[in-house]
Design a binder for this molecule. Structure first.
Ligand SMILES: C[S@@+](CC[C@H](N)C(=O)[O-])C[C@H]1O[C@@H](n2cnc3c(N)ncnc32)[C@H](O)[C@@H]1O
Length: 285
């Protein structure tokens, strides 16, 4: 891939998805898309860019490209300390605030292969216990990669995906089959999945208001402009007393004053700046 081809391709990718490939990540595009060129019988990346942007297959090819170039690294119970903040502090407060409505809505944005929203479902299931039947729990996982969402819908995971999962949880919520782990139906049924590009703010707004948004380990692939767009969208769709969780190595300080970080060690969580201290009201569509 020439430097010129790289510059053009990364521009196309950025415009479509907000994913920014810095100069030192050229090798990722080269290695992940090189094989695609052969499959399509194309001679160079210039031809691939033309195929991607001008051909009749552009929508499908963008999808195919995102399937290949996204980094889908994730696991169940990723960053356990943060999840403890969710389970022990934020969720009980939210359940109390919604005790009349008996409905909570959680969005796991950029959920990759589903481990994150399923983990949240397990935590909600464990917290509510027998009370679950009285509640309407909506958990949506979205990602730009169709291939990742296919795995998520399947609900079957390798040992690697389970590397941070306790034996207790494995026994309670999974069945071991041929060296893999099948998630129980009661948890699978709590979560739905949908293709969604975080660049598409209008589509995000059609989903109504969320009580909790998890958006972890994807902002690192965006530049400030895209981070600003995404956080502004979250500010629009997060309930007034809702909570936004981001990854431990990410921050939104420089791109948004809509949110204020909660003073909870290991929480990496934010509320609307206007009401960071209070919990009230409810999510509504
Ligand atoms: C490293 S994974 C993070 C998964 C999970 N949130 C976690 O923390 O374990 C990043 C995910 O972001 C997705 N992604 C990248 N750009 C996106 C975009 N513009 N819209 C939606 N998802 C995107 C990728 O497909 C990938 O699955």
């Amino acid at each position: 891939m020439t430097d010129q081809e790289f510059a053009r391709l990364r521009d196309v990718i950025y415009k479509r998805s907000g994913i920014h490939f810095p100069d030192n990540k050229k090798y990722i595009l080269e290695s992940r898309l090189g094989h695609r060129l052969h499959e399509l019988d194309l001679e160079n990346f210039d031809q691939y860019i033309a195929f991607l942007t001008m051909g009749p297959y552009q929508v499908d090819e963008f999808q195919e490209m995102f399937n290949r170039i996204t980094i889908n690294e994730t696991s169940f119970f990723r960053n356990e300390a943060q999840l403890q903040v969710f389970e022990r502090q934020i969720l009980p407060e939210l359940l109390e605030a919604r005790k009349d409505l008996k409905r909570i809505r959680i969005w796991s944005a950029a959920c990759s292969t589903g481990e994150e929203p399923y983990t949240l479902a397990i935590l909600v299931h464990r917290s509510l216990g027998v009370r679950l039947a009285d509640w309407r729990i909506e958990i949506l996982g979205t990602d730009i990669s169709e291939r990742a969402l296919k795995v998520a819908n399947g609900g079957i995971y390798t040992n690697y995906a389970m590397r941070s999962t306790s034996e207790l949880i494995k026994r309670r919520y999974f069945t071991e089959e041929n060296g893999q782990f099948r998630l129980s139906d009661e948890i699978r049924e709590m979560v739905s999945f949908e293709l969604h590009n975080l660049k598409d703010s209008m589509a995000a707004k059609r989903h109504g208001t969320w009580d909790i948004i998890f958006c972890r380990n994807v902002l690192i692939y965006f530049d400030d402009q895209m981070k600003r767009l995404v956080t502004n969208t979250f500010a629009d769709v997060l309930a007034k007393d809702g909570t936004l969780f981001i990854g431990h190595s990410e921050n939104i300080r420089d791109v948004s004053d809509a949110f204020e970080q909660l003073p909870i060690p290991q929480g990496f969580c934010y509320r609307h700046a206007s009401c960071a201290g209070a919990l009230s009201g409810g999510a509504s569509r």
